[in-house]
Write a protein that binds this ligand. Structure first.
Ligand code: F6R
Length: 251
């Protein structure tokens, strides 16, 4: 296995969510004013449901937590039902006691994208960096919207989505048609993500198996952006059996 990535292989996708939520809960219990990074997409939905359950049934409090999301579609405002701000409100923020003013999702309608991205990076610095960042992974190995070719030290910026990513997000789960998917997004860079003190990447389903194998056991290369996590000192991949299927050493 290349690099330091710690791998947890679960039998079921539901167990992936439980493991991930438990890791987040540990960070928040140890540091109630933790700074957490969040992702959107199908994969973390069950993790957010589990965190909401822990808030309701086990008093897990987000009252002092600050959050940053990985990305936002360029051109969508937060009220659009496919915006990532809307997704986060519906999946997590409205179910826990996090303060809206402590949740940071890039503004897809910002007048000046460069200034929006700089302000996002500044805000992260001003709160002392992220304690933990949750990631999903694209079938092409992307993390956030850092598509293949993104550099290891890339920062938050306006990026183009690849045709593959546009297709993956217009399969009926989110947008119905490719023509509806924005062509660009604001995305935290790989350098931005790598500065988080802890990184947790989730993957479920066979569609992610080649990307997981490339990220964990392949070369450290911008061709597979998630492989650029290999030298992070505290990075855990939590995957189900299907997503682990192409690994040679799944443990
Ligand atoms: C979402 C994000 C993306 C997704 C990835 C996987 O904020 O940054 O990188 O994590 O595209 O998406 P799903 O989970 O829908 O397969």
């Amino acid at each position: 296995m290349a690099g330091n990535i710690k791998l947890i292989v679960c039998d079921e996708a539901a167990d992936v969510a439980k493991e991930a939520a438990a890791l987040f809960a540990d960070v928040i219990k140890a540091k109630p004013d933790a700074v957490i990074g969040l992702a959107t997409g199908s994969t973390p939905e069950a993790t957010y449901a589990e965190l909401a359950r822990m808030h309701k049934e086990e008093d897990l409090s987000f009252a002092k937590v600050t959050s940053f999301n990985l990305d936002e579609y360029w051109g969508l405002d937060g009220d659009h039902d496919q915006s990532y701000r809307y997704f986060m409100n519906g999946q997590l923020f409205s179910h826990v006691d996090i303060r809206t003013w402590n949740t940071h999702v890039l503004n897809g309608k910002a007048v000046n994208p460069q200034l929006e991205c700089q302000a996002f990076e500044q805000k992260i610095l001003s709160v002392g960096g992220l304690d933990i960042w949750l990631l999903g992974i694209g079938g092409n190995g992307h993390i956030a919207f850092n598509e293949p070719g993104s550099s290891v030290d890339s920062r938050t910026r306006l990026v183009d989505l690849t045709p593959e990513t546009i297709a993956a997000n217009s399969d009926g789960r989110f947008f119905k048609e490719a023509s509806e998917v924005p062509r660009c997004a604001l995305s935290a860079g790989i350098g931005t993500i790598r500065e988080a003190r802890k990184i947790v990447l989730l993957a479920t389903g066979s569609g992610k198996a080649p990307a997981i194998a490339a990220a964990v056991e392949g070369a450290f290369t911008p061709d597979c952006p998630s492989s650029l996590l290999q030298d992070h000192p505290d990075c855990t991949f939590i995957v189900d059996r299907e997503a682990a299927a192409d690994l040679k050493n799944a443990g």
